[in-house]
Design a protein around this ligand. Sequence first.
Ligand code: T1G
Length: 674
Amino acid sequence: MTERVTGEVQAMAEAIHYDVTDGVAVLSICHPPVNALAWPVRDGLLRALTQAEVDPEVGAILVAGEGSTFPAGADIAEFDAAPKDPWVPELCTRLENCAKPVVAELHGTVLGGGFELALACHYRVALRATRVGLPEVKLGLIPGAGGTQRTPRMVGVKVALDMILSGRILPIDRPPYSTFADLLVAAPNDLRSAALSFCHDVMAKGPRPSRDRQEGFADPVATQTELRSRAEEASEGPENAPREAVAAVEAAFLLPFEAGCAFEEAAFAELVASDQSKALRYAFFAERRAAKVPLTAAAPLPRIGALAVLGAGALASQLVVAALDAGLTVRWGIADEAIRDAARAEVEDSLEDAVSDGALSRDVASASLARLTCGATPLMIRDADLVLDASRGSRAETAPDGALRATAPGETVAGVGLRFARPAHLSRLVEVLEAPQAKADQLPLALALVKRLGKVPVHVRSDGVTVGGKMTRALHRAADALVDLGASPYDIDAVLSDWGLELPPFLQRDATGLKGVGTEERPGGGRDWAAVIAQAGRSGRAAGRGFYNYRGDAGAPVADPLVLEMIERARGDAPGLAKQAIVPLMLGALANEGVRLVDRGIVARASDIDVVIMLGHQFPRWRGGPMKAAELHGLFRVIRAMEAIDHPDRAFWAPEPWLKAMVRDGVGIETLSA
Ligand code: T1G
């Protein structure tokens, strides 16, 4: 008769269920939605482990996750507070030092600290569909619970650094990641019985600490070569975590395990306190906040299986690819048969390119194409769950009532419009524009479609002008004002490019084109320098010269002394502007504009603005977006910089009351919501 002792270990947090079956103590983690290793889980696990170690009935220990996944990592929200013992590394050490064999039962997405916990267990039994990864670098961190030490010992520095530097989520049932599993189980219903049976098999064998494994270091010469090249690569980028990750993995190769862990711990402590990691952790939650479908959804959201896309232009074609990538069935409505065939061929080519690049497997590409039907619009609409109209101008298709509109720049929406950042099949951002007269059920439907496409929706109360457009105009207005004050456009671009802007304002305006940007005099005062330059027949990059000259085939931008002369002539005397004022003034102007957008209820919260600018306007994610960057730079410094300049456009540069209130109250950008 199987002796079953079931119950909560005394004073153990609710997060761990403890059950002994046939001599195996099963420690089940229950902390939805992803079993993040929050303090209750860590505390409960430690207590349960202690209980299992002393229980004479127990010959082996099984650690498992309830619900959708084994732990998907440490609790990211906890990093902004002082660590609360036991911390994840301590837990890993306790698991690895356990005198009884410890087995991890893996399913779902086993990431970060969850993966490190699994490696600290002596053995791993995994569902074939399990995916693993070390995504800490996406948070400006490195694995901080032994991941940089145990992983290379098992799979070598190349695979370990591929995992750590890419942060990718990987299939455990494929080499080399299958090295992490001692047993792979195909059917979910068989996982527990297989894991329990494996526990019995290893009871006699005893523990096998991962830290004692050395197969990953079998070729020291190749290891050293790999480490050197990775160190060079990592030194080039602006982010610190990749550099620290390479150094920590090198420590694993050169130092004893404990010393390597101490190195990792010190590097982790420095990174977790850094502005880069604060910005990246903020970005993680900001995207999820933006994507929440409002609870006011009148009717339950429909299952979106078949999507009709109308139109034959580039956007429609990109939307078709995005929908196919998301696993949807696509019914592509194009009236003209010749255009239809050409459009389908274009999508086939796009998928073929993805297969050639290794981005898609042949099977996936074929399965996607099998889900694509092209035809006359009325026919394509008939069996679709939802219609997305991306048709344009003369080729506008007859969209049915209730169709969602994929809008183009400059287009005004009557109900709800989806403004996809381009290229729509690659970019993750969609600004969901809700005009005042939109019907109640359109917004939740639009948000649900964007999420179903695997993209990040940001809800914007506007009938056409996007948050991206408003913030870009604010950046240009600020950049022009700095030129009014005596700065050169080339210095402004250089300073902002060094700060991290991939496309600084004057290069950006050349790329977009300078024609028809408006009058030279700005309404609030100061000049629109793009209009001044355009007046001189310099219309931008496409014409070979704008603020810059564009040389050679690559069109490399080169500063032009004639432009500086033109500016000096038009500007006359100017007070002059120190280069170190450029960043705080740029951040001040953007933060001011962001506060106005929240104040007017155009967006629900400041972090939505950061999501738009990071995902759709090449703002460095490790800066967290303009609002977070202003906070990290120091709102007081930003406000002082704005108050210190004497520019005629006073309304634009006067610090918004909310910004001042945040400084006064010592609160962060996350608190800024409509
Ligand atoms: N911590 C806290 N909350 C988390 C979380 C985490 N690690 N992961 C997810 N959530 C929340 C998320 O905010 C959302 O909350 C809900 O769970 C569903 O998430 C020590 C230092 C696992 C692939 O980086 O990649 O371990 O909005 O919408 O699309 O070395 O979540 O419902 O309130 O994303 O199904 C490393 C991050 C941490 C994994 C699931 N781990 N998470 O995707 O759901 S650092 C990660 C994900 C670390 C160690 C280091 C994804 C997912 P809400 P979701 P999903």
